[in-house]
Design a protein around this ligand. Structure first.
Ligand code: GRF
Length: 211
């Protein structure tokens, strides 16, 4: 018997590395009641752990290597082409270490999600947000899920959750607690997005709860 077609909201997940956030989304999507399905996992690097996670879940993968493209525009177009070829309605960046061009953002306008390991706008635009928060001596940092726009780590905020910095924290211990939150918050945000629960007005986002 052929399995029924998956009628859920199809997303492309963009990765560059270990893919623990991808794994959390794949695990959530294993429940048929989850509103999104991962149509494709796209990496800018071959051989990363995240691609193995997609393979293990039976999800198609694509590698769009940065070095194969002359500029950001061509790279971003190829990423969007790969997402669209698999029918993705939205792009979910999960540890994706590249910035997409404005044209790519327009193509998936308002439908590109990103996760950042700080309470934005603090420690934006850095690959070392956890280290920088620790070095700055903040007492609270956290996780932000937001819509990507033309500025790095800037678009409208969908979800935020604080994570306290504890005495004796190292970058690794703090990042581990931040990731625990990420693995809960990101799948939940993707589910709410797929259900159309976010109302975006400029920078301000309201989340409509089901009645
Ligand atoms: C996460 O901490 C995310 O916030 C940041 O990159 C990390 C990716 O981790 N953008 P993983 O690849 O999902 O394990």
């Amino acid at each position: 018997m052929t399995p029924a077609a998956d009628s859920r909201y199809p997303i492309a997940v963009l990765v560059s590395g270990s893919g623990t956030n991808l794994q959390a989304i794949l695990d959530a999507a294993a429940d048929p009641g989850y509103a999104a399905t991962v149509a494709v996992v796209i990496s800018d690097r071959p051989g990363v752990r995240a691609l193995g996670r997609a393979d293990a879940a039976g999800v198609p993968t694509a590698v769009v290597a940065w070095g194969d493209h002359p500029d950001r525009e061509s790279f971003s177009t190829a990423v969007c082409d790969a997402a669209a070829a698999h029918g993705a309605e939205a792009i979910v960046m999960a540890g994706f270490m590249r910035i997409l061009s404005a044209a790519a953002l327009n193509r998936y306008s308002g439908r590109i999600l990103n996760i950042h390991p700080s309470l934005l706008p603090a420690f934006a635009g850095t690959t070392h947000a956890v280290r920088d928060a620790l070095g700055h001596g903040v007492k609270l940092t956290g996780v932000t899920v937001h819509l990507a726009d033309e500025h790095v780590d800037y678009g409208p905020i969908l979800e935020q959750e604080a994570v306290p910095v504890l005495a004796g924290d190292t970058e690794d211990t703090l990042h581990a607690r931040i990731q625990d939150v990420e693995h809960r918050l990101y799948p939940a945000a993707v589910d709410a997005f797929a259900r159309g629960r976010y109302e975006v007005a400029g920078r301000v986002v309201a989340r409509r709860e089901p009645v």
